[in-house]
Design a protein around this ligand. Structure first.
Ligand code: PLP
Length: 378
């Protein structure tokens, strides 16, 4: 493999719910869920059954024909979020590429030759050239330039700066409602309201990247459902596929007519097996009792983390939780000691830890994770 990842020295061979087992048979509690992919837990029986059943029936025919799982998935996604129309794809960056293309094409139609997309500092939207350009930290590193032009970044906590950056050339403002890769930073309501207000004033689109925040992670199926604004376009991926690679770009009714045949496409997009897995994942996660439990457990988990020595700040929404450690504490060391103690957690950046457990955990799992964290930080 090309050395693009820093890997921990563990090989996982099996998963069940919030538990993982390594090649030596050792059991772990998973508070990372494959980076917010296995929100329904590992090998959730209805998802496994849907994949197995569809694999035995029909694996694909290309996007030049109809298949039932893709049609049902598009309908369910639209109904559960913005209405309108859906483009299915295979990953988060592809969903965001679709949103960027849609916003730019719509801007061209409105006579804007040189459209701009406003993004927030700290955002992460993917690693294709287009989504890298929309990810200010990586765009500044400039390892793969020239990147596509037309992206403007503003601080993530400054509604005035955001309003000032939106003008006649703006095609869209693109926001993660809670910035995940930055270390779990919820975007303030005043910034979101400024974004929607500024977009409405100039006729631009508000795009929410719900790739990490969606599928119940924050305690509602989509994070925007707990927020004071609704986007025109929403992207989803990660947990959408129930463990298989599925992404989606949902365009509300008023922007559902931008694309025409030939504007966008992808061979595997919306193929029957991943689409069946996504429908099963939605069946598990779009459950009011599970979502309420996610909010309650998240609050309890954050309160407990806040009491730990060595924790300077706790942030999050639902079971998307980030921690900044006290000055001088080594987050990578803490995560590797947690792994030694049987708990899988993540380090999104220096001095920070991130917790993204499957949403099917209970109080016992929170208590077990807290015991490990207490040991690690003491
Ligand atoms: N957007 C957000 C908010 C993400 O967290 C990620 C991945 O971490 C992406 C986009 C890119 O998704 P993918 O890795 O599936 O391309």
């Amino acid at each position: 493999m090309l050395p693009t990842y820093v890997k921990a020295p563990v090989e996982f061979v099996r998963g069940d719910g919030a538990r993982l087992w390594d090649s030596d048979g050792r059991e772990y509690l998973d508070f990372f869920a494959g980076l917010s992919v296995h929100n329904a837990g590992h090998c959730h029986p209805p998802i496994v059954a849907a994949i197995t059943e569809q694999a035995g029936r029909l694996a694909g025919v290309s996007n030049l024909y109809y298949t039932e799982p893709a049609m049902r998935l598009a309908e369910r996604l639209a109904e559960s979020s913005l209405g309108g129309k859906v483009f299915l794809c295979n990953s988060g960056l592809e969903a965001n590429e679709c949103a960027i293309k849609l916003a730019r094409k719509r801007a061209h139609r409105r006579g804007i030759a040189d459209p701009e997309i406003v993004v927030l500092d700290g955002a992460f939207h993917g690693r294709s050239l287009g989504t890298l350009a929309a990810t200010p930290r990586l765009a500044r590193e400039d390892l793969f330039g020239p990147l596509p032009p037309g992206f403007v970044d503003v601080p993530r906590d400054d509604p005035d700066a955001l309003r000032a950056a939106v003008g006649e050339r703006t095609a869209a403002v693109m926001v993660e409602p809670v910035q995940g890769e930055a270390g779990v930073f919820p975007i303030g309501d005043e910034v979101l309201l400024a974004a929607r207000g500024a977009c409405d004033e100039v006729g631009a689109l508000l795009v929410f990247d719900e790739i990490q925040t969606g599928m119940g992670r924050t305690g509602s199926l989509w994070a925007f459902q707990q927020l004071p604004v609704r986007p025109h376009v929403m992207t989803a991926a990660k947990a959408l596929g129930g463990g298989l690679p599925v992404g989606a770009c949902v365009a509300a009714d008023e922007v559902g007519d931008v694309f025409e045949p030939g504007d966008h496409g992808s061979t595997f997009a919306g193929a029957p097996i991943p689409a069946a897995a996504a429908l099963a994942a939605l069946g598990v996660l779009d459950d009011p009792a599970l979502l309420r439990r996610t909010r309650e457990l998240g609050t309890r988990f954050m309160e407990l983390l806040d009491e730990l020595d060595g924790v300077a700040e706790v942030r999050g929404r639902g079971l998307m939780v980030g921690v900044s450690l006290a000055d001088g504490l080594d987050a990578s060391g803490a995560a590797s000691r947690a792994l030694d103690g049987g708990l899988v957690i993540n380090v999104p950046g220096p001095g920070m830890l991130r917790f993204l457990p499957p949403l099917v955990i209970g109080d016992d799992e929170v208590d077990t994770a807290m015991n490990v964290m207490r040991d690690v930080l003491s």
